[in-house]
Design a protein around this ligand. Structure first.
Ligand SMILES: *Cc1c(COP(=O)(O)O)cnc(C)c1O
Ligand code: SF4
Length: 371
């Protein structure tokens, strides 16, 4: 079905059609123009202007599924703000395309493979994503054909991993690895699994959020052959925790892959304690463990999304003791030297044989702890 046909049918009816839950249909029918987006939401003048103005800097496209989660009337909708261009993006005065805040290029011994920690690598096996998130840290590469990987480049990455016995954990990322079809993914997984020192394989993907239909029973059965595989996804707001998303996460966990979640702390989207609590409580209900809360990186076109680190620490303090411990992720800052935890410390001071700690409610406790 083409977009011109979508135009003619009722959107609620569209959602009940079988093609709606076909992940390839969702990708083929991604929204790329203001006109198409207006079938789903009422664009503001400023959004319409931003779609034109940001074109030269960063691509945009949205799956119909993700568009269907947007509030059609409210431009401050957290789903909408993540993917619809805003004029704020144009206010930064530096060239976004040259930015590489984590110095990933300097840490890449072969194309798209970041070897920063000794025992693990991030392997960007695809440069495409289902959607372009406006705050993306990898703007320099997502959607850029120059970073796409052909078989021989993938093989080079695999050969590098095979030649480095210290690598025991391989994180497949991108872009989004789930943009690849099952046979290409299996090609990669089977080759990695054949390397004896690779203990863990992780798949980092935003498809459970943007196109949950990607996790078909066939895919889930396939990954079962290559365990241990962990899947890490990227929900930023409870509005994204739909029945379709829950069903995808259920299939993944039933296939034996533990699910973790990374959230980016984003101003105007999730920078308040109640929003984060709802998100993290909702995730654990779906058996997804909140893993990291990332401090947003200051890269071009994202200034309006950034909160201060102090604000982030205060938010973390408001979670501790108020929701299940395992619903609380680690708040981290990613740096060229690895991830640095920013969680406020309960440890206060030592006095003689006692250590003073501060509980979540502000009470002080003196713990007998001789030197
Ligand atoms: C985040 C990251 C990893 C994985 O780090 P964990 O803390 O183990 O999740 C590995 N390599 C790179 C380059 C990373 O940025
Ligand atoms: S899915 Fe991840 S890599 Fe892709 S655009 Fe969004 S944040 Fe960037």
């Amino acid at each position: 079905m083409k977009l011109s046909e979508i135009d003619k049918i009722d959107l609620n009816e569209l959602k009940s059609r079988p093609e709606w839950s076909d992940w390839k249909w969702q990708l083929r029918n991604r929204i790329r123009t203001a006109e198409e987006l207006e079938r789903w939401i009422k664009l503001t003048d400023s959004e319409r202007q931003a779609i034109e103005a940001t074109k030269a800097y960063f691509r945009w496209q949205i799956t119909p599924y993700y568009a269907s989660l947007m509030d059609p009337e409210d431009a401050s909708c957290p789903v909408r703000r993540q993917v619809v261009p805003q004029m704020d993006e144009m206010e930064d005065d530096f060239d976004i395309l040259s930015l590489d805040p984590l110095e990933e290029l300097a840490h890449s011994p072969v194309k798209n493979l970041v070897h920063n920690y000794n025992d693990r690598v991030a392997f960007c096996v695809a440069a495409e994503c289902a959607v372009y998130c406006r705050y993306c840290l990898r703007k320099r590469m997502v959607g850029d054909g120059e970073y796409a990987m052909n078989k021989s480049e993938l093989q080079e990455g695999i050969d590098y991993i095979a030649a480095h016995p210290e690598i025991r954990d391989v994180l497949l990322t991108g872009g989004d690895p789930m943009i690849l079809n099952d046979s290409n993914l299996e090609w990669i997984l089977s080759r990695l699994r054949a390397i004896p020192h690779v203990e863990l394989i992780r798949i980092g993907s935003r498809f459970p959020v943007l196109n949950p239909f990607r996790f078909t029973p066939e895919f889930c059965e396939m990954i079962g052959k290559y365990h241990p595989i962990w899947v890490n996804t990227h929900y930023n707001h409870a509005k994204e925790l739909t029945p379709e998303a829950a069903a995808a996460c259920d299939r993944i966990t039933r296939a034996g892959a533990p699910l973790g979640n990374q959230t980016v702390l984003l101003k105007g989207i999730n920078n308040d304690a109640e929003t984060l609590k709802d998100l993290f409580k909702g995730l654990v209900k779906m058996r997804v463990r909140p893993y990291y809360l990332y401090q947003a990186q200051l890269i071009g076109g994202t200034k309006h999304f950034r909160t201060t680190i102090e604000e982030g620490m205060q938010l973390m303090q408001q979670l501790r003791g108020r929701i299940s411990g395992f619903a609380i992720p680690s708040y981290v800052l990613d740096t060229p030297h690895g991830k640095v935890p920013l969680t406020p410390n309960g440890y206060q001071s030592r006095e003689g044989d006692y250590v003073e700690v501060k509980a979540y409610g502000g009470e002080t406790w003196r713990e007998f702890n001789p030197e």
